[in-house]
Design a protein around this ligand. Structure first.
Ligand code: ATP
Ligand code: MG
Length: 783
């Protein structure tokens, strides 16, 4: 290996350099967090380009988010010393799949200007189908069907391929048929959903080998980041594209819409070589077996693929089995464990030096993940200083936790830290609300990454709209938002008529509604429905005088049918939305009355989101993947919340291991400081519960962790009602810091507080609001 070379290679260590310079054949970089996997991918692209191995349009490069794609392009420019013109195939699976589908739309019975439906559109469409089939959508909610269809698409299953047992779970066996008619409807509407963007690619590739061959010839190099989290559909798509084109005699047609398509004859003249069944690497196999049920969807997909025996070409995937955190959305870590099996002759490169974190942080993260059984096991070392120990701080409750973190951030700011280098990573998105409120109070700029800010979430806006109409009947925007949410048969035509009325008489929509129901302008059904709604609002306004505003909010959500709408909803994010609604009601308690609360909201909403240059980042652990910050705050390490009780209930041990990987991802985001928090009391479903510190705290190595005192004020520190004895307990469990220290301390605290345990019961978290809500922006397309 040459020791001199282009400048961009200079800083790399030998293994990284090998991963960059091994341009031919399949390469897997299997390495832990912060070892430079993403950097290797970027440098590899720079190398391919500067060596003239391929042109920008001949490189297929898959990133985890659109943001990561932009970042990669930017870095490339820095490495090469000039901006990279045109990397049309650098993006997420969905953005690239969508681009390919537009070129061949007619083969999917679409036009190239097809629209991509968001989740709400999808559900609306499915509702129509259910109605047409006379299926009671109260019993069989459209959202449940949407969730099923999504799951099938993630697994690469066309309607005809859905196992009949699975199709039977919906509407007494009609699931499969509904999936088929849904697909037909999409075509008529010239629309595709997110799942289609890849699924239709796969179908086209399989049915039209000539088209597949075009792309196989075009993509000289394929690179994939975060490979451990690809789902079956993504895997199939990659495997199809990564085979060397089977016949050179086939003239290479141009990819429509691209001027620079050229024949890749010479590249493709390898005869179709059988995919040799090489046994997987022994440690790959054992880890795979330890983690997976035998009938894994990947094994099946892989077996299906072996009918298409081809030689693979230059594909480089990077990933980390310890960071596989999307199992709940169809990702299977098997793909990375099977790499050598799927891509025979693959070179597997391991990177062991972590360039990101200090010694204490890395030790804590490594120790934690070592408690997982189903893993390959990796060495990670740093040549960095030990730095500050990871801190663990107990707070009395979540409010004190938010206050304490707010103060620590202000202190860091005074020390000259950039807010951009500070992140708060939560397990459940509803946890963000408390931080957002705190930051608004402090005037601390923040941005929410990977999803809307708490008060901008669809369900929160809906709930607020009800409250705004109660508070001010003239609030037309709010009224229009909820007049037909949940659905009550007041469609666009009705709203249009209300608008006409309101305009003519110069009255608010709500008053127009009151007037219209006295006439016969509306059909009887709509009229009855609108009359009920007006009467409901009148009743709520009267109640407002005699009912606490938090109770009123709960009554409104229940009586309007809004809560029920989400309870019936079986999609992955419904539980999270219900949790957010509870959090909303709870947040109102901090205000004297409805008016005061709504004023606060208008202040929060008024702040420009994300406009600040320097702002604290707030996000879920899931959206933090691949990112790094100098200072990372990790609140809410309590049993039930983290690890999430729902994951444990639904997936048992496998779920626990996925939660632990999530903790590992969280800790390894930190460069210099990682700060963990737990609160002893947290509001769950509107009632306070005593919580138990997360078992993950017991799994941290004592030598790398420091127990600190909350800066939040009233709790542990000694002031207020819980004073001295509690602080003693902290010291006690600090000094005997190992299992069952936390639990013993907890028992003491419970004794003192007179509250009983059981904080876990019925506790639910949410994982997916950020990923499946329609407002989550372009990054939704990354899976
Ligand atoms: P993750 O698993 O979290 O995605 P990763 O393996 O992709 O991590 P990178 O994000 O590529 O790691 O790198 C982590 C940090 O280390 C980055 O700031 C990167 O610039 C730096 N880094 C990587 N390799 C080197 C190197 N050889 N010399 C100096 N810094 C490096
Ligand atoms: Mg990375």
């Amino acid at each position: 290996r040459a020791s001199v070379g282009p400048k961009y290679l200079a800083g790399l260590n030998p293994e990284q350099r090998e991963a960059v310079e091994t341009l031919d054949g399949p390469v897997l970089v299997l390495a832990g967090a912060g070892t430079g996997k993403t950097r290797v991918l970027t440098t590899r692209i720079a190398h391919i380009l500067s060596q003239g191995r391929a042109r920008p349009a001949e490189i297929l490069s898959v990133t985890f988010t659109n943001k990561a794609a932009r970042e990669m392009k930017h870095r490339l420019g820095q490495m090469l010393g000039h901006a990279v013109e045109g990397m049309p195939w650098l993006g997420t699976f969905h953005s690239i799949g969508g681009r390919i589908l537009r070129f061949h739309a007619e083969l999917a019975q679409l036009k190239s200007n097809f629209t991509v439906l968001d989740v709400d559109d999808q559900v609306r469409l499915l509702k129509q189908l259910l109605q047409a089939e006379n299926i009671d959508d109260k019993r069989w909610p459209a959202r449940m069907l949407a969730g099923l269809i999504d799951g099938w698409k993630n697994r690469g299953l066309m309607p005809s391929q859905v196992p009949s047992g699975e199709a039977a779970v919906f509407a007494n066996g009609k699931g499969g048929k509904l999936y088929a008619s849904y697909q037909e409807r999409l075509k008529i509407l010239n629309a595709a959903d997110f799942g289609d963007l890849l699924l239709e690619n796969i179908r086209i590739f399989r049915e039209h080998p000539d088209i597949l061959r075009q792309y196989q010839q075009r993509f000289k190099y394929i690179l994939v980041d975060e490979y451990q989290d690809t789902n079956v559909a993504q895997y199939l798509w990659l495997r199809l594209l990564s085979q060397a084109p089977s016949s050179a005699s086939f003239a290479s047609p141009r990819v429509r819409g691209e001027a620079d398509a050229r024949s890749a004859a010479g590249e493709g003249d390898s005869p179709s070589t059988a995919l040799v069944e090489t046994p997987p690497h022994p440690d790959l196999l054992s880890a795979s077996e330890a983690r997976r049920a035998p009938a894994s969807a990947f094994a099946k997909a892989s077996a299906d693929m072996s009918g298409e025996k081809e030689k693979t070409k230059n594909i480089c995937c990077v990933g980390d089995d310890d960071q596989s955190i999307y199992g709940w959305r169809g990702a299977e870590v098997d793909n990375i464990l099977r790499f050598e099996h799927d891509f025979p002759g693959a070179k597997v490169i391991r990177l062991e030096r972590n360039y990101r974190s200090t010694g204490h942080i890395l030790a804590a993260a490594s120790h934690l993940i070592a408690h997982n059984e189903g893993r390959l096991g990796k060495t990670l070392r740093t040549e960095d200083q030990d730095g500050e120990k990871v801190t663990v701080t107990g707070s009395w409750d979540s409010e004190e936790e938010a206050r304490g973190i707010g103060e620590e951030i202000e202190q860091l700011q005074r020390q000259g830290e950039k807010l951009n280098e500070i992140a708060i990573l939560v397990r459940a998105s509803y946890q963000m609300r408390e931080f957002e409120d705190r930051f608004v109070t402090l005037g601390l700029p923040y941005r929410v990454i990977g999803g809307p800010r708490f008060y901008e979430r669809a369900e929160i806006r809906d709930a607020l709209a009800y409250l705004r109409v109660i508070n001010s009947p003239a609030d037309d925007l709010a009224f229009e938002r909820i007049v037909n949410t949940p659905k009550r048969g007041l469609g666009d035509a009705t709203v249009q008529m209300l608008h006409d009325h309101a305009r003519k008489r110069r009255i608010p929509l709500f008053e127009a509604a009151r007037a219209v129901v006295e006439t016969d302008e509306l059909k009887p059904k709509a009229r009855g429905s609108l009359r009920d709604l007006v009467a409901q609002f009148d009743r709520w306004r009267a109640q407002r005088e005699v009912t606490a505003h938090t109770d009123l909010a709960q009554i409104v959500l229940d009586e309007s049918g809004y809560t029920e709408m989400w309870q019936k909803d079986r999609s992955a994010d419904a539980a999270g939305r219900l949790e957010n609604l509870k959090e909303l009601v709870r947040s109102m308690e901090e205000f004297e009355n409805l008016q005061g609360f709504l004023e606060h909201i208008s202040l929060v909403m008024d702040r420009e989101g994300g406009a600040e240059d320097d702002a604290v980042s707030l996000m879920t652990l899931h959206s933090a993947k691949g990112l790094e910050f100098d200072n990372v705050f990790l609140p809410g390490w309590e049993e039930g919340l983290f690890p999430s009780q729902r994951t444990l209930d639904e997936q048992g041990r496998a779920g626990l291991e996925e939660e632990r990987r999530l903790g590992h991802v969280g800790l390894t985001r930190a460069r210099r400081r990682a700060k963990i928090y737990f609160a002893t009391n947290r509001r769950i479903h509107g009632t306070w519960s005593t919580t138990i510190p997360s078992r993950f705290l017991d799994e941290l190595p004592a030598a790398n962790v420091e127990i600190t005192e909350s800066k939040g004020g009233s709790g542990w520190g000694g002031t207020g009602g819980y004073g001295a004895s509690r602080f003693d307990d902290m010291e006690a469990f600090g000094s005997s810091y190992s299992t069952p220290g936390w639990q013993r301390a907890q028992a003491n605290r419970n004794r003192g507080s007179g509250r009983n345990g059981g904080g876990r019961s019925g506790f639910e978290e949410e994982t997916s609001t950020f990923s499946t809500s329609s407002s989550s922006g372009p990054d939704f397309g990354s899976f």
